[in-house]
Design a protein around this ligand. Structure first.
Ligand SMILES: Cc1ncc(COP(=O)(O)O)c(C=O)c1O
Length: 388
């Protein structure tokens, strides 16, 4: 039972007091999140579409059309003219959808327990997927650079391999597996390859566009079957905006479920009722920023990552775990435990996260993080270490 009713003044004052307890991206203190402050254009677009439901797309034809346009723009971004998919709630749902499609394909001619080959750097959403879908995991070793050891990959493949998972922008270190090589192995063994580019999907294409990198991770690689890329990470869209793209429609169609009482009688997503607001936000961002706009945003964060990396390397007793490829840096400090350092940083108002193996402080340099925040952070770090 609800307790009792209140007037609007009370409601909004109370809501404000809840909100006051939240961290804000504007503070520059959130250094461990892959989300960021949504762009104002995206918020305006979001507000226009709050009553839409892509789960009942026949009622919202314009919104459905907009989703098709977003998917086809993302498909072209990932070097395909015909990939298809959806805007979903995030990387987790996208990864689960990919694993689910791969399982249904596998089960067409194999009744054994499906096996998924993945590195330990894979996001924990794959643990959820494997648990929900009763998949066996096979861990492929990493090389010295914390990437899939491609020389060990082929040995992991068996008759029951359902899929290989590779990562373009690992959660802990922001590193990109050698997807070109992995794709060749997947293709020659006729194994489904899913690329989790939840983070890198909205970074790498723009770095490649500006000739800052030459990282192959998308449908250009023949063996890649599906890709996760999240507008609510580096795409600047409000939460919840994930993206899943399948190379061929027949993969997405594996997820089709009859929805007899709705205006479109088939659904190919996990969730039913699904907001069109984040799709609108993503449509607005893609069409407003284009390649150059996104490349500027991405370059800003990548340059700041380089700056932070160099500064950390100059600091006594600080060990940077690996040279960053995208916008994530992990480091630890001699003579101070990571949890102690994290706690000291917390006391000074910094919200960093940590990696597990090796145990280290993890920074994600998203667009809300500016040079002045990093300078202040480094000065606090220096003070803490100095006092250790
Ligand atoms: C590489 C990668 N994949 C998937 C996810 C899950 O995304 P979400 O939290 O949007 O479900 C994350 C989240 O950080 C991630 O880093």
């Amino acid at each position: 039972m609800f307790k009792k009713t209140h007037d609007q003044k009370y409601i909004f004052e109370k809501l404000e007091s809840f909100h006051q307890m939240d961290m804000t991206y504007d503070s520059g203190r959130i250094l461990g999140s892959m989300c960021t402050k949504p762009d104002p254009i995206a918020l305006e677009a979001f507000r226009m579409f709050t009553e839409t439901n892509l789960g009942d797309g026949g009622l919202f034809k314009g919104t459905s059309m907009m989703e098709d346009e977003v998917i086809s723009s993302l498909s072209r971004l990932l070097h395909s003219s015909e990939a298809c998919g959806h805007i979903v709630t995030g990387g987790t749902e996208a990864n689960i959808m990919a694993m689910c499609a791969a399982k249904y394909i596998f089960q067409e001619d194999n009744e054994d327990t499906p096996e998924v080959i993945l590195p330990r750097t894979a996001h924990f959403s794959f643990k959820k997927a494997c648990s929900m879908l009763s998949l066996k995991t096979v861990e492929v070793p990493l090389n010295d650079e914390y990437k899939i050891d491609t020389t060990a990959l082929e040995d992991c493949i068996t008759d029951n391999t359902m899929a290989i998972v590779a990562i373009a922008g690992s959660t802990e270190f922001g590193l990109v597996d050698d997807i070109h090589e992995i794709s060749k192995i997947a293709h020659s063994n006729d194994v489904y390859l899913h690329v989790d580019a939840a983070l890198g999907g909205f970074i790498i294409p723009f770095l490649n566009y500006r000739n800052k990198t030459r990282l192959n991770f998308d449908f250009k690689c023949k063996g890649v079957s599906s890709i996760t890329l999240d507008p609510h990470k580096m795409g600047l869209a409000p939460v919840p905006a994930g993206g899943i793209l399948f190379r061929e429609k027949k993969y997405l169609d594996k997820l089709a479920i009859d929805a007899p009482y709705l205006t479109k009688n088939v659904q190919t997503t996990i969730v039913g009722t699904r907001t069109g607001a984040t799709t609108a936000a993503t449509w607005a961002l893609i069409n407003y920023y284009g390649m150059d706009g996104y490349a500027d945003i991405v370059e800003g964060s990548i340059n700041l990552t380089g700056y932070t990396y160099n500064k950390l390397r100059q600091m006594k007793n600080v060990n940077v775990i690996v040279k960053p490829e995208l916008n994530v840096i992990a480091f630890n400090v001699d003579d101070m435990k990571v949890n102690v350092l994290k706690e000291e940083l917390f006391k000074k108002g910094w919200r960093v996260s940590n990696t597990v193996k090796p145990y280290a402080i993890r920074l994600v340099l998203m667009p809300h993080v500016k040079r002045e925040h990093i300078d202040e952070f480094l000065s606090d770090l220096e003070e803490i270490i100095g006092g250790s």
